[in-house]
Design a protein around this ligand. Structure first.
Ligand SMILES: [Zn+2]
Length: 248
């Protein structure tokens, strides 16, 4: 059952102390084909990031514990001054993503994932244009990640599927099919997870062939067998503990 926990955070930019909340023990019950999980109770996504009420620094809980140099603090605060306080989950993720566009260019997975999560929140809020804008921005970074070959091999297979799926969702059907076609060439045939990914690529290629960009879900038969599309959680968590914020 979902649990709520009140937490205290200190902003690394402006030193404001404030209260926030995290959800734990969330139970996933399904997944959209771009990786967005669905939950039994409340959606925990809004509680994965926190916004400083003074300077609007918005980041994961871990990022509030990093030590930033005075020059980085000055730059990020100056950047944040251009923005109004975000009101909705998608606005908060978009603000985090905009900061990462500038200050986490060392690893495209950070801005890519922030934009992807913003698109999930926009979908939840029924904002289709915003969802697609965020998907396009995520795509640019995921493409960059593939180009730089930063991801290890297993992750690259999933990234290829995801880039295909995001292309389908923004209406780039021919490009989507190219990526879906590439998935079977990358997998390890003895891995059940990889075989699942190939099945999903075939399914989503079918939708791309029909030129439909609607939201689709992972068939429940896979979810019941514990097969979910993978996230980049490990890589993100490793990165979140890194002490530096790379400058432009
Ligand atoms: Zn602050």
């Amino acid at each position: 059952m979902t649990q709520r926990e009140a937490i205290s955070l200190n902003c690394p930019l402006c030193l404001t102390s404030f209260e926030s909340e995290v959800l734990s023990h969330v139970l996933a019950t399904g997944q959209d084909t771009d990786g967005r999980l669905h939950f039994h109770d409340d959606d925990p996504l809004p509680s994965f990031i926190h916004t400083c009420p003074t300077c609007l620094f918005t980041a994961s809980r871990n990022a509030f514990h990093v030590h930033l140099g005075s020059e980085e603090i000055f730059r990020v605060r100056g950047f944040l001054e251009k923005f109004e306080a975000p009101q909705t989950p998608s606005e908060r993720y978009m603000l985090m993503a905009r900061v990462m566009d500038h200050y986490r260019r060392d690893d495209p997975i950070f801005p890519a994932n922030a934009w992807l999560t913003a698109s999930w929140c926009a979908r939840q809020e029924g904002l289709r244009d915003r969802e697609q804008e965020c998907q396009r921005r995520a795509l640019r970074w995921f493409d960059e990640d593939l180009r730089l070959a930063l991801a290890h091999f297993e992750e690259r297979t999933y990234l290829t599927f995801l880039v295909g799926e995001l292309n389908r969702r923004v209406g780039e059907f021919a490009r989507a099919k190219e990526y879906f076609n590439a998935v079977p060439t990358l997998v390890n045939p003895s891995s059940p997870e990889d075989r699942f990914l190939v099945t999903m690529a075939v399914l989503q290629k079918h939708y791309a062939g029909q030129q439909t960009h609607v939201n689709t879900r992972v068939p429940q038969e896979f979810i019941n067998r514990g097969l979910y599309l993978r996230h980049f959680r490990t890589r993100l968590e490793q990165g979140a503990t890194r002490p530096e914020v790379s400058a432009v």
